[in-house]
Design a protein around this ligand. Structure first.
Ligand SMILES: *[C@@H]1O[C@H](CO)[C@@H](O)[C@H](O)[C@H]1NC(C)=O
Ligand SMILES: *[C@@H]1O[C@H](CO)[C@@H](O)[C@H](O)[C@H]1NC(C)=O
Ligand SMILES: *[C@@H]1O[C@H](CO)[C@@H](O)[C@H](O)[C@H]1NC(C)=O
Ligand SMILES: *[C@@H]1O[C@H](CO)[C@@H](O)[C@H](O)[C@H]1NC(C)=O
Ligand SMILES: *[C@@H]1O[C@H](CO)[C@@H](O)[C@H](O)[C@H]1NC(C)=O
Ligand SMILES: *[C@@H]1O[C@H](CO)[C@@H](O)[C@H](O)[C@H]1NC(C)=O
Ligand SMILES: *[C@@H]1O[C@H](CO)[C@@H](O)[C@H](O)[C@H]1NC(C)=O
Ligand SMILES: *[C@@H]1O[C@H](CO)[C@@H](O)[C@H](O)[C@H]1NC(C)=O
Ligand SMILES: *[C@@H]1O[C@H](CO)[C@@H](O)[C@H](O)[C@H]1NC(C)=O
Ligand SMILES: *[C@@H]1O[C@H](CO)[C@@H](O)[C@H](O)[C@H]1NC(C)=O
Length: 475
């Protein structure tokens, strides 16, 4: 018999309050890190492929805005508070090599455009390129795509307020307008390959060399000729080139992409449209003969919410689809037919209505990170906590202890268990941890710490990737 069929009201109110607080992760070996907790709400089901989710949580309530990568289990893989607030964290292909890309800078609090730069990091998390448009050496936060059709250029937008006479438009003579355009620039030379003017929130480039541009302002997508900049068609908004089938209309769209040539287009739709009470992912089939747009499939979040800004939807190379909730904490993954196969909440399931903001949530199945730092440990005499921010290839931790910092012997080998592995050992005065990959090669070792976690020997180190690929087995 159920004793308490429904919880008392006071309890309900309390749990609502608790659910709205930011849930954080904390680590003994990295007390400086305060990333948001990743809460798995729906475990991976059939056809799920392991990978990492890339996020840039921010808002006044996020204690440490920073890029953050997580596994589907909710383990942190990498964060970097020194980068600070970012947008658009992604793994992209630059001339055949995986690179980590993001935007960093300042956000205009009123108009929500950004003044910053686009960063590229290599597999060691070292910044290799800082990119911007020719407009004051800045770019806006809404897009940083290296199109797959080049793998060597960057699509970067700019927003800039300029003073203008708006008297013809019912405004003042000394009004302000937001000037907006994008440039495609060559990453190696900074040379401009293409330039186009409009109000933009996403840009993509297809195999025919044309661009798909999304404008939140006009609630429409534009297909732009890559040679002369002419508008080939306009989808949505006033004077749409297409008519819409059942449930195919959209407002408040973000992250518009071509899925399969210029006939299927996908997007995140934040606002409720006719018959909808939730933000959703949407993919539309475009018939350029009949000029009709029909709904192919929609991707619905676990819990229905509308989103006032931000959000993402991506078809990944494995065919699955990843949805990011923008001003809601949900990140979900789907089969191409719309069946949800995974869902998680960043920072807490109750953090709706902009308590957390996360412009895009993207997934990589290929990223490999070799940080150029030593592994970190904490030690209290009988327990070691080992971690290595950004190191994706650690399979095992070996613990070495002893009565003297320079005479340490292996006492334990344990499989890596999440971002920070806790290892209980026989009590000892000094300890260090050594990281091994799945082939038994040493990747690096921590400094030696005493039982108060004070560093007593600063010989911690990482091995260079070339040394690791030589795979000197030392265990
Ligand atoms: C990101 O921008 C902030 C503010 O402009 C700055 O303090 C920080 O150093 C930048 N991060 C990087 C990696 O340049
Ligand atoms: C660059 O920034 C300055 C102010 O910081 C502004 O006066 C100028 O108009 C901007 N634009 C260009 C193209 O230089
Ligand atoms: C760019 O890289 C992707 C892999 O991410 C590959 O499929 C594509 O063919 C590459 N494009 C070019 C132009 O090399
Ligand atoms: C990409 O490859 C092209 C062709 O080899 C080369 O010209 C360019 O410098 C490379 N870009 C970068 C950023 O390495
Ligand atoms: C509407 O679009 C058509 C082409 O689709 C174009 O010829 C016409 O000028 C447009 N009208 C307005 C008011 O933009
Ligand atoms: C289309 O929207 C209507 C409400 O307007 C809803 O009842 C119906 O289930 C939707 N159809 C699909 C295929 O989503
Ligand atoms: C477009 O619609 C026409 C008429 O219904 C149809 O014959 C044609 O196959 C459609 N094209 C595509 C690409 O679906
Ligand atoms: C979606 O695809 C999966 C795998 O093929 C299948 O099991 C499921 O029944 C499909 N769902 C719908 C609604 O078609
Ligand atoms: C070390 O930490 C572990 C785990 O919190 C605890 O059980 C143990 O008592 C601690 N040992 C000392 C010597 O403080
Ligand atoms: C740890 O610190 C305490 C208090 O400062 C000290 O008494 C003790 O000797 C230290 N232990 C080690 C192993 O250094």
């Amino acid at each position: 018999m159920q004793l308490f069929p429904s919880p008392p009201l006071a309890l309900l109110a309390l749990s609502a309050t608790v659910a709205r607080a930011q849930e954080l992760l904390s680590f003994r070996s990295r007390p400086d890190l305060q990333p948001l907790k990743w809460i798995v709400a729906k475990e991976p089901t059939e056809n799920y492929h392991d990978g990492y989710y890339m996020t840039c949580p921010w808002s006044t309530d996020v204690p440490q805005p920073a890029p953050a990568i997580y596994t589907s289990k909710g383990d942190l893989v990498w964060t970097d508070p020194e980068v600070g607030m970012c947008f658009d964290l992604d793994v992209q292909n630059l001339n055949g090599t995986d690179v980590l890309t993001f935007w960093n800078g300042t956000v205009n609090p009123f108009s929500r455009y950004g003044i910053g730069q686009a960063y590229i990091m290599d597999s060691t998390y070292a910044v290799t390129h800082v990119l911007a448009t020719t407009f004051n050496d800045t770019c806006d936060l809404h897009e940083f795509t290296i199109p797959k059709v080049t793998n060597s250029t960057a699509l970067l937008p700019v927003y800039w307020p300029v003073q203008a006479d708006l008297s013809d438009y019912g405004g003042t003579e000394d009004g302000w307008v937001l000037y907006n355009f994008f440039q495609e620039i060559d990453i190696a030379t900074g040379e401009i390959v293409f330039e186009w003017n409009f109000r933009i929130n996403s840009i993509d480039k297809d195999t025919s060399g044309n661009y798909l541009v999304s404008s939140g302002h006009t609630q429409a997508l534009y297909y732009i000729d890559g040679t002369d900049g002419e508008i080939i068609w306009k989808l949505g908004g006033k004077n749409s080139s297409f008519t819409f089938g059942l449930n195919a209309t959209f407002y408040g769209q973000q992250d518009a992409r071509f899925v399969d040539g210029p006939t299927v287009v996908s997007m995140h739709v934040g606002e409720a449209t006719t018959g909808q009470t939730t933000e959703r992912g949407l993919s539309l089939l475009l018939n350029t003969t009949t000029m009709e747009a029909t709904m192919l499939v929609e991707f619905l979040p676990l819990t229905p919410y509308t989103s006032t800004s931000q959000g993402s939807l991506r078809y990944d190379p494995d065919g699955n689809v990843v949805f990011g909730g923008g001003t809601n904490p949900w990140i979900s993954e789907y089969l191409p037919n719309g069946t949800m196969i995974y869902s998680a909440a960043l920072g807490g399931e109750g953090l709706v209505d902009s308590l957390i903001e996360n412009y895009r949530s993207l997934k990589t199945t290929t990223w490999i990170g070799y940080p150029q730092t030593a592994p970190d440990i904490a030690f209290n005499g009988s327990t070691v906590w080992a971690s290595w921010n950004g190191a994706t290839e650690v399979a095992e931790w070996e613990i070495l202890t002893g009565a003297h910092p320079s005479i340490l012997r292996p006492v334990a080998v344990v499989p890596k268990d999440g971002f920070e592995t806790e290892i209980t050992i026989d009590s000892a005065k000094y300890a260090r941890a050594r990281a091994y990959d799945a082939w038994g090669a040493v990747l690096g070792q921590s400094h030696v710490l005493d039982a108060n976690s004070t560093i007593v020997s600063t010989d911690g180190q990482y091995l260079k990737r070339s040394e690791i690929d030589g795979r000197v087995v030392q265990k």
